[in-house]
Design a protein around this ligand. Structure first.
Ligand code: SF4
Ligand code: SF4
Length: 243
């Protein structure tokens, strides 16, 4: 099952994506990147690191990846991550070092930010399926249906650095610490696309930032899985096989 869509016309075979992949799921053959089939965490590191914008993640529902085995609409339990837990997450990610800036938006700030993102990407409705889905969701005005960009996530964590590789290190630490704290999330390619399209409008929501936005994660507390207690070993084995 493919997890990535790689545009071989854009790919120049630099190998950056392969180097950042913790799963060794990418190799470069004949100067073109391709998946090895080793599995995918859907961390989006390869997407963010590609200088040619050649990689996108196949929508979770189609890829069957680790995180998509739990649908995004069942991902979060609805509770807000407290400031003290966010601080623990930031500390694990390297907070305090000059090279990092971390921000989390929620509530009205996140609403305003997402309105800007929508305004920037809305003309891509016919080109990008997720933007089309978002447009239909907005028109239907049925807020009982999860927002197809945020799902039930109510917070978004942003990593700002001067260089993408530094952001990758912070996000790796975020994933590990998040697992420990019961916090999960997914990377938002739509937000990063909007940032590339109109950086200044998005930056206006981060008046204290001095660096570049490199990664944007929808985050929240993981919904507890209700699994039959007699079959955990099989379930866990499946998960670790894919890791
Ligand atoms: S980072 Fe982009 S251009 Fe470089 S090998 Fe990977 S897909 Fe190709
Ligand atoms: S999303 Fe992450 S795990 Fe999947 S191929 Fe890209 S870098 Fe590797």
């Amino acid at each position: 099952m493919n997890h990535l869509s790689i545009d071989t016309d854009k790919c120049v075979g630099c190998g950056k994506c392969a180097r950042v992949c913790m799963k060794n799921n990418i190799e470069v053959v004949n100067k073109k990147a391709r998946e090895t089939g080793a599995g995918c965490l859907e961390c989006s590191h390869c997407v963010s690191s590609c200088p040619k914008g050649a990689i996108s993640l196949v929508p979770a529902a189609e890829s069957g990846g680790l995180f998509s085995s739990i649908k995004k609409d069942k991902m979060f339990d609805g509770s807000i991550i407290s400031d003290s837990d966010l601080e623990k997450l930031y500390q694990a990610m390297g907070h305090g070092k000059d090279k990092y800036e971390f921000f989390t938006l929620s509530g009205e700030e996140l609403d305003a930010f997402m309105d800007t993102v929508w305004d920037v990407v809305k003309n891509k409705e016919d080109e990008i399926p997720l933007v089309g889905e978002w447009s239909r969701w907005r028109q239907e005005n049925n807020f009982l249906q999860p927002n197809p960009v945020l799902w039930e996530g109510q917070q978004m964590l942003f990593i700002f650095t001067d260089h993408p590789d530094t952001a990758l290190r912070a996000s790796n630490r975020m994933i590990v610490k998040g697992l420990d704290m019961g916090i999960r999330g997914f990377h938002s390619n739509i937000v990063m696309m909007a940032y590339k399209m109109d950086r200044n409008r998005l930056l206006a929501h981060f008046p204290r930032s001095t660096k570049e936005m490199q990664m944007a994660y929808v985050i929240g507390h993981a919904r507890r899985l209700i699994e039959p207690v007699f079959r955990p070993v099989t379930k866990l084995k499946g998960i670790f096989d894919r890791l």
